[in-house]
Write a new protein. Structure first.
Ligand code: GDP
Ligand code: MG
Lengths: 335, 450
């Protein structure tokens, strides 16, 4: 079965997944339409798969922030594939492109890596890290709501004691989601807040503790050391914790996201990524490279500022979202 | 430090062509290919890169250049000129309205740093221009955004205008102007909520505020780490609001900062300020031409001098310059200087401004953190007076004693001694270099470690 057909079967003939992919399609409308219409334009523009075609394709991928070296590798592979399958028509190459994108993303891994690692009978601790303004606090609010909807008892720890108004911001999200927030006063030691958060979550028999931290640029050694210390406090209190360290990345960020992923991983052993602000026009293509090079999977995507605007990541749905226009076009060639 | 990665790549590309007595078309092609990669890796928008490369090629593959006596140098000159054009020319000033108050609107995407920048800008206006700004909390959407601005207002001891989260941002802005007039605030800075450039409703709200308050400046606040999307964002905000300038934030990170070039290219609006840290005094005027020379490895000596002049005791500095030239700089001087240098800002930033410093072995990737600096202080304080004057006295038992006295390890002591020697060498080199260049004792070079 062709790859497109497989994708389509997965999302079109299945009610449950259709809902998921609809959300993706809504949230990603701008992203998707700009990206896939570009590819469609490209396909329409070129009859033959030639050097010019690949050059234009390269630019489309670069403009999605995939990163120039990843793009060049991808183009090389595409060229090989086109030769191998003896593809001459540009319409056929669309399929190979999306297939390669998913392939780059997954590598040899199975797809279960997207799931959140939650403990069955004990407290799960999730630590959020990232640079300033990427959406850590907002994501915590959204995830708290999501987990609570799934029937879990959730507690938040206000570990950003630095930025003005950060504690109050988390409190508002706590109220919105209907979960408790453990806090100290502004300027206090973040490790101490997290410590108290663990104690409180344990005594309240919570299932999940979500820990906020202050945003920090990854080249600030002191601040990164502080983060390592916070993580160590968690490790000491609960062996095996934190069960997830989620790095929040802003989809608008360019190649610096790779440096963020590397440095935050070195400091806190990041286990997953939340890619926020995909409701804008940025495409966050750098996660392909990050996944490829550092093997850190994206676990969630942020598609807006509402409490419900958090979706589990599914690379196939993601690519489906990008290529949905084409799939539909394929069905109705007359249109 | 921002731009560093781009600087490294461009400089090594340039080195290759610099000394060439004969430059072929192939050489230029190869160079432009590398420049293209360097710019793309730095997040400069691909369209901007394409135009840039085209212009360089046209100008470089030109008979006059190719046949000149120093074609390599000529090609570099072309790159330099084009890069400076791309970054924008002169540094531009902040507006002053004929009739007080001057109104500034801060706009941009979510999380770009508008609120913090509002506080920093107010601080700068008061400190440098003796103004008394009113801050306006017009972000009624993001939870605790008002609270954040109020906290900054408290830290700065400055008034913040707010009508809570239920009021309409347009009303807030209008009423704020009235209050500013009544209370004689000569600047009004309106902090608006972050929004997507494609969010039509919220963009219309900004247009309404603009129509009502007729701002003298509309600053688009952009995260320096922004990727290819920077052009869409900047173009769209500019089309809808006709912005007057850009503030780049988070330039204290390690981003290659290509967004700066993209934005300038698509909007042709000046980058006026750069955010260099989270503290309220960490906003700096942006000097495009200095930044361009920094990227090309010519250093940003001017900024360094300004920093030094802001922070340093002139007379003492002159004494030191002499000491350094004659290499009689001691650990005591070092200790003394460290205090002064620390008041100038992070060491990495200062080093980034030195011509060629990022190529200097041993200085590359040196991380300075506060703890380390206090360790260094402890080590020096554990030295005897004689040892501080003459590091050559140092032997194994002295080092051991110093290590013990300072609570550090012998290898740390060794490392400091080595760094000290390297630093001395560098200083000597720098002072002489500068001397040669200017032909006389450069007055501007009176800063502590030169
Ligand atoms: N459009 C959009 N905005 C978001 C998203 N996630 C967060 N934001 C906004 O980004 C800004 C910064 O978020 P915040 O949670 O304070 O970031 P933090 O500094 O990392 O905690 C806020 O204005 C949020 O409303 C998203 O998925 N889409
Ligand atoms: Mg936060």
């Amino acid at each position: 079965m062709s790859f497109f057909k497989k994708l389509k079967d997965k999302f079109v003939n299945n009610e449950e997944t259709e809902q998921v992919s609809d959300k993706y399609k809504d949230g990603l409308t701008k992203t998707r339409s700009s990206f896939s219409s570009k590819i469609n334009d490209l396909v329409a523009k070129y009859r033959k798969v030639d050097e010019d075609f690949f050059e234009d394709l390269e630019e489309i991928l670069i403009s999605a922030d995939v990163g120039v070296s990843t793009v060049m590798d991808l183009i090389d592979e595409l060229k090989l594939e086109v030769k191998r399958q003896n593809i001459k028509e540009t319409t056929q190459v669309k399929e190979v492109i999306s297939e390669k994108l998913v392939e780059i993303y997954y590598g040899d891994d199975d797809e279960a890596v997207e799931e959140l690692n939650l403990q069955k009978d004990q407290l799960s601790v999730i630590l959020f890290v990232g640079v300033n303004g990427v959406g850590k606090t907002t994501t915590i609010g959204k995830l708290a709501y999501k987990l609570k909807e799934e029937g879990k008892k959730v507690v938040l720890a206000a570990g950003d004691t630095f930025r003005a108004g950060a504690i109050e911001q988390l409190e508002v999200w706590g109220e919105r989601a209907g979960v408790d927030v453990i806090k100290h006063s502004a300027g206090s030691d973040p490790a101490a807040v997290i410590f108290d958060g663990i104690k409180a979550a344990q005594s309240r028999k919570a299932d999940v503790l979500l820990c906020d931290t202050a945003g920090r640029l990854q080249n600030k050694v002191n601040l990164m050391n502080e983060l390592t210390k916070v993580k160590r406090v968690i490790e000491k209190e609960i062996p095996g914790a934190p069960h997830e360290v989620l790095l929040v990345l802003d989809a608008t960020t360019g190649q610096n996201a790779m440096s963020q992923a590397k440095t935050f991983s070195a400091a806190t052993d990041v286990s997953g990524i939340v890619l926020t602000k995909l409701d804008g026009t940025a495409k966050g293509g750098i996660v392909l490279a990050i996944r490829n090079e550092l093997e850190i999977p994206v676990k969630f995507v942020g598609l807006g500022e509402k409490i419900t605007d958090l979706q589990s990541f599914d690379a196939q749905a993601f690519v489906f979202g990008l290529f949905a226009d084409m799939l539909e076009d394929d069905d109705q060639p007359a249109k | 430090m921002a731009f560093e990665g781009l600087a490294d790549r461009l400089q090594s590309t340039i080195q290759k062509i610099k000394g060439k007595g004969k430059v072929t078309e192939q050489d230029v092609k190869e160079m432009t290919r590398e420049v293209r990669l360097a710019l793309l890796e730095a997040d400069v928008n691909f369209k901007v890169v394409k135009d840039f490369i085209k212009r360089i090629k046209e100008r470089a593959i030109d008979q006059e250049v190719m046949e000149s006596l120093t074609p390599g140098q000529q090609v570099i000159k072309v790159v330099k000129e084009e890069l400076t054009t791309l970054m924008g020319g002169e540094q531009s000033k902040i507006a002053v309205a004929d009739r007080s108050p001057t109104v500034i609107m801060m706009v941009g995407l979510q999380g770009a740093g508008k609120t913090t920048t509002t506080g920093k800008l107010a601080n700068l206006l008061r400190k440098k221009f003796n103004r008394s700004p009113l801050l306006v909390a017009a972000d009624v959407y993001r939870p605790a955004a008002i609270n954040q601005l109020q906290t900054l207002g408290k830290q700065l001891d400055m008034p913040v205008f707010s009508l809570g989260t239920e009021a309409n941002p347009v009303d807030i802005a209008n009423q704020a102007i009235e209050q500013a007039k009544n209370n004689h605030n000569d600047y009004v800075i309106i902090d608006t909520a972050g929004r997507l450039h494609v969010d039509n409703d919220l963009m219309a709200e900004l247009q309404q505020i603009k129509a009502d308050v007729k701002p003298d400046e509309i600053f688009l606040v952009v995260d320096a780490m922004t990727g290819q999307d920077a052009v869409n964002v900047a173009e769209s905000f500019n089309e809808q609001l006709d912005i007057t300038g850009v503030v780049l934030t988070k330039l204290d990170g390690d981003t290659r900062g290509g967004a700066a070039l993209s934005i300038k290219a698509v909007t042709d609006k000046p980058i006026k300020f750069a955010g260099m840290g989270e503290k309220l005094d960490e906003l700096e005027a942006f000097h495009p031409e200095r930044m361009a020379s920094r990227i090309l490895g010519m250093g940003d000596v001017l900024s360094l001098i300004e920093k030094a002049q802001d922070n340093v005791d002139e007379k003492k500095a002159k004494e030191l310059e002499e000491k350094m030239r004659s290499a009689s700089f001691t650990f005591d001087d070092f200790l003394d200087q460290m205090a002064q240098v620390r008041s100038m800002g992070p060491m990495e930033d200062l080093l980034g401004m030195l011509p060629g410093a990022n190529k200097m072995k041993g200085l590359k990737n040196v991380q300075f953190d506060e703890k380390q600096i206090s360790h260094v202080e402890a080590i020096i304080q554990s030295m005897t007076k004689k040892e501080r004057q003459d590091p050559n006295l140092m032997n194994a038992s002295r080092k051991k004693r110093i290590a013990k006295g300072s609570g550090r390890s012998v290898s740390e002591v060794n490392r400091l001694l080595k760094q000290f020697e390297e630093m001395k060498k560098m200083m000597k080199q720098m002072t002489n270099m500068q001397k040669g260049k200017k032909g006389k004792k450069g007055k501007g070079m009176n800063f502590p470690f030169m």
